[in-house]
Design a protein around this ligand. Structure first.
Ligand code: F6P
Length: 548
């Protein structure tokens, strides 16, 4: 069954939210705390090892009730049943959206065209498990009988960002294998990676759902050529494996069918790290940890599926995002993890969020007349405090931010951890409370600053505050808690897409540029090929060719 096509702006809840927005627009969050002493408790969801506090937002219980009404009016529940039930909710590509099946239990029943896919899922999982343990233990050897030392993941987009982010985030749990990620078609990327490799002991994992992606195939070819300068032809089958849905193309590349880890069309690229696309994760941290990542995600799936909306983390975080995006006209959201391990988290989320919900045509095929996908960005704290926090604190733009922190440090350096967490708590407090003119003047007086100077400086030192943040405090960074966190964002994306009445699981917007690049490539390779371009592009191409 298809998803319903309800224009959110035509719902009663939306109209009520618009009217309500006018009454709340200028309210300071500080005052909301004074009005309701229970606010922090009321607006916190405690679930497993997650503590999610969304009280530092510009909303009241009435706002929340109306947002929840909106979720009901667009029939989110019905959409969720279709999502988990394997309906073809990726209508424009005619596909189910079932990354949740990849982390489901063995005895679950998930039907695709009447067939339970769990058997296939578990077959591939055991292939990953078997291969992982043999590579880690050294049972599977190189062509010249050595244990492997390095793994190179060759992929781009969903075939790179997810595995790269998880491997980085779980660096604490890593084994002896050194992992590398090549994605960009920029030859300098692959050449820099090559500098650190020994061809004799390197395993290459080519990850491409379609096995047609220019960047991935170029890098794979370059690496194979380089490898063959050092090893005989028949060594390729021992050193190259692939993850793909396109077995024929993989075989044509010269990889043995036995070395192919299949995936399925019902898994979208940006949601695929739970599939064999996560092979490099499994190799880097071991299959048990990979499985724990999946288990965490499954727990979040269950939470999302069964929890009432008012205590449902993905639903609440998605509704908050809609509130700012569509009523306050906030254009972007920041994600600030207070963990250096999560250095790549925002980059990873950019694909998940912006490739999914960066759409302007609704599910009826009509142009939307409201805002959809948010711009997502972020960097770890405390580094980001010394980079862009100035703008969040005192700039003109409203930037709701999600602060992610882990209560326990992995290496147990308590002094550093307390310093880190004091910043984590202080920033959301500062963003909300700000600093009034009176406090600024009192402080300057105390420092003995002259009256005249105080007058000059005061406007610059005032912080309005009222900057909204959500705090996601997690006990510890483990494979399981990371799995929960990633799945939380996946479901948040889904809820937003349902409310905005768009299709979140296609990505036609990336195609035009690829098409034109192919046209231009022919011209760059052969000066006799001349195509029609606008003047600017024509001049740029000519200039490039002259420099050649
Ligand atoms: O950028 C477009 C895209 O299709 C992504 O959705 C996908 O993750 C990426 O390219 C890589 O695709 P593939 O895994 O087929 O090489």
């Amino acid at each position: 069954m298809a998803l319903k096509t309800i224009n959110p702006t035509k719902t009663n809840a939306w109209k009520k939210l618009q009217a309500h927005f006018e009454t709340i627009e200028d309210t300071h969050i500080k005052n909301l705390f004074e009005e309701n002493p229970n606010r922090a408790n009321d607006m916190t969801i405690k679930w497993e090892d997650f503590y999610v506090d969304y009280s530092k937002h510009r909303l009241t219980q009435e706002t929340l009730d109306l947002l929840l009404e909106l979720a009901h009016e667009v029939d989110l529940k019905d959409a969720m049943n279709k999502y988990f039930g394997g309906d073809v909710i990726n209508k424009t590509e005619g596909r189910e959206v079932l990354h949740t099946a990849l982390r489901n239990n063995k005895d679950a029943e998930v039907l695709v065209e009447g067939e339970n896919v769990m058997k296939d899922v578990f077959e591939v999982k055991s292939k990953i498990e078997d291969f992982t343990s043999k590579i880690i233990n050294g049972d599977l050897k190189t062509y010249n009988n050595q244990p492997f030392t390095d793994v190179v993941n060759i992929g781009i987009g969903g075939s790179d960002l997810g595995p790269a982010m998880v491997v980085d985030s779980l660096a604490y749990y890593k084994n002896h294998l050194k992992t590398h990620f090549v994605s960009n078609v920029d030859g300098d990327h692959v050449n820099e990676i090559i500098k650190n490799l020994n061809p004799e002991t390197t395993l290459f994992v080519i990850v491409s759902k379609t096995f047609t992606t220019q960047e991935t195939l170029s890098n794979a070819n370059t690496l194979r050529e380089w490898f063959l300068k050092h090893a005989p032809q028949d060594a390729v089958s021992k050193h190259f494996v692939a993850v793909s849905t396109n077995i024929e193309k993989v075989k044509a590349f010269g990889i043995d069918e036995a070395n192919v880890f299949p995936m399925w069309n019902w898994v979208g690229g940006r949601f695929s790290l739970w599939s064999a696309v996560g092979l490099t994760i499994s190799l880097a941290v071991g299959f048990d940890n990979f499985n724990k990542l999946l288990l965490g995600a499954h727990k979040m799936d269950e939470h999302f599926k069964t929890q009432d909306f008012d205590k449902n983390i993905p639903v609440i975080t998605a509704l908050l995002s809609v509130w700012y995006n569509n009523f306050f006209n906030a254009e972007s959201e920041a994600v600030i993890p207070y963990s250096q391990y999560l250095n790549q988290f925002a980059t990873y989320l950019q694909q998940g969020i912006m490739e999914s919900n960066g759409k302007s045509i609704d599910r009826n095929g009509d142009k939307v007349n409201y805002q959809t996908g948010t711009i997502i960005w972020g960097e770890p704290g405390t580094n980001s405090q010394h980079a862009f926090f100035q703008l969040i604190h005192q700039g003109t733009k409203l930037i709701p931010a999600e602060f992610i922190g882990f209560a326990k440090s992995l290496h147990g350096n308590q002094d550093h951890q307390d310093k880190l967490m004091s910043n984590f708590f202080a920033q959301t407090e500062a963003l909300m409370s700000g600093k009034s003119q009176k406090v600024v003047i009192d402080e300057l007086k105390e420092q003995g600053v002259s009256e005249e100077k105080i007058k000059d400086l005061t406007p610059f030192k005032v912080f309005e505050g009222n900057k909204p943040t959500t705090t996601i405090l997690i006990e510890k960074l483990t494979p399981e808690s990371l799995g929960k966190l990633i799945a939380m964002y996946e479901h948040k994306i889904f809820v937003q897409g349902i409310i905005w009445n768009i299709f979140s699981y296609d990505q036609f917007g990336v195609e035009l540029g690829k098409q034109l690049a192919n046209t231009i490539l022919k011209e760059l390779k052969d000066v006799n090929v001349i195509n029609n371009h606008d003047n600017s592009t024509q001049n740029l191409i000519k200039y490039y060719q002259q420099l050649d």
